[in-house]
Design a protein. Structure first.
Length: 424
């Protein structure tokens, strides 16, 4: 969008952010899957309908994006507003469909696992999500090689449309294959109030304000998420505009990033956290994120493609280590009697921070271009990456103020009223 179609950064980031802005819909879909069975089943129909919906919406992204491009090129103002609204609405609907599929899926995982198995199941899901990113990036790289050097929208649209349609069909078939017959008996169903999707925004805000340590950890999660995802809407365009990479080559950046993230998750979970401890591993991950972002800026300044790939791998490893450590800390910063409530707070905080990161990442690219008109593209991109590094530094400063002992000492007293209100 940013390179071949020359969309403004705020539009790309804003459209992508709408997927996360509807994260609160998880509450609705969690409760619906508990109380409103379809064809006698609580989980699978919602998973299948949600998957079919986001697959259909995915196939519509390409043609709508190109229609918006043609409208922005010379259409009247009112038509441009309608086009931008339609694009943002499509991503919002996509986010709703993702919530409809993923929340009952999470409930299904809880239904089918015990307390001892659950952490391993969650770890496996995170790993498979990362593997999916890698497989997707490799598939794009292999399938779209014919688009190397192509920038004409008339040539890009049909190829990309056919590719997305095939991907959508494949995702639906894989979902059916993976979940068929997995619905548990009614007695094994978990309740929405026991899960992450039960947290409402007012209850989350009451909980955040009730304890200084809860507020501090929430701030750390938000800053950490901003540090990781500010680059999300601009990374592929960074590769295209600054390094002259083709569409398949920029897509392969996600493969390197995903493989490195998976390696970082495994490295942290099996070695770094047991050896260094959770806080030390989180500090190491955050420092490595900042250093990797600085390396990315240096790679752009010197237009060194090998350094770009090395920086992406370093960034992925750092994100994996920091994410694993943050997830472990997230489990520690809970009260056993209200673990679902706390995880709900952390989950909503991350979702809205990701939305803010995507919007800010695209918008700050526009700001960088406005602040440095006529400068090389690397300057505007470096401005965004520098902001991400700053967020990483702030996350480190907040992390230093966290204390599990202080959290546990004041949790029962300061959070008792809030939790009794939330849990009824």
């Amino acid at each position: 969008m940013l390179t071949e179609l020359s969309f403004p950064g705020w539009l790309v980031g804003g459209a992508l952010a709408f997927e996360q802005l509807v994260a609160a819909s998880r509450i609705l879909f969690g409760r619906l899957s508990d109380s409103r069975p379809l064809a006698g089943l609580h989980r699978l129909p919602y998973i299948w309908i949600g998957t079919a919906a986001f697959a259909l919406l995915t196939s519509l992204v390409v043609p709508l994006t190109f229609r918006v491009h043609s409208t922005l090129q010379g259409g009247p103002f009112a038509t441009r507003v309608v086009a931008v609204t339609a694009l943002c609405s499509l991503f919002a609907l996509y986010g709703l469909a993702i919530s409809m599929a993923s929340t009952p899926y999470l409930a299904l995982v809880i239904d089918r696992t015990g307390e001892r198995e659950r952490s391993r199941a969650v770890g496996l899901i995170w790993s498979m999500l990362t593997v999916g990113i890698v497989v997707g990036a490799i598939t794009i790289n292999l399938t779209l090689r014919s688009l190397v050097g192509v920038s004409d929208p008339a040539l890009l649209e049909p190829v990309l449309s056919r590719f997305m349609q095939r991907v959508a069909v494949g995702v639906v078939l894989l979902t059916l294959l993976a979940t068929w017959g997995m619905e548990p008996s009614r007695s094994q169903l978990s309740r929405s109030q026991d899960r992450e999707d039960s947290m409402t925004l007012p209850a989350a805000w009451r909980l955040i304000r009730s304890s200084a340590q809860v507020l501090t950890f929430f701030a750390f999660l938000v800053l950490f998420t901003l540090a990781v995802f500010l680059q999300d809407p601009i990374l592929e365009s960074f590769g295209a505009e600054v390094f002259g990479l083709s569409i398949p080559a920029t897509a392969s950046l996600n493969a390197y990033w995903g493989l490195a993230t998976l390696a970082g998750l495994l490295l942290s979970g099996f070695w770094l956290i047991p050896w260094l401890g959770k806080f030390a591993a989180a500090r190491l991950g955050c420092r490595a994120i900042v250093a990797s972002l600085v390396l990315l800026i240096a790679a752009g300044l010197f237009v060194q493609v090998p350094l770009l790939y090395a920086s992406i791998v370093s960034f992925g490893l750092a994100v994996g280590v920091a994410t694993s450590s943050a997830l472990t800390l997230m489990l520690d910063f809970t009260l056993p009697a209200a673990a679902g409530t706390f995880v709900g707070v952390w989950g909503l905080g991350q979702a809205y921070a990701r939305a803010g990161a995507k919007l800010a990442g695209g918008s700050m690219l526009d700001v960088g271009r406005a602040l440095f008109p006529g400068a090389a593209p690397v300057v505007a991109y470096g401005f965004v990456l520098g902001l991400a590094a700053l967020m990483g530094c702030l996350a480190l400063a907040v992390l230093a103020r966290l204390s599990l002992s202080r959290f546990r000492s004041d949790a029962s007293a300061s959070l008792g009223t809030v939790l009794s209100h939330e849990l009824g």
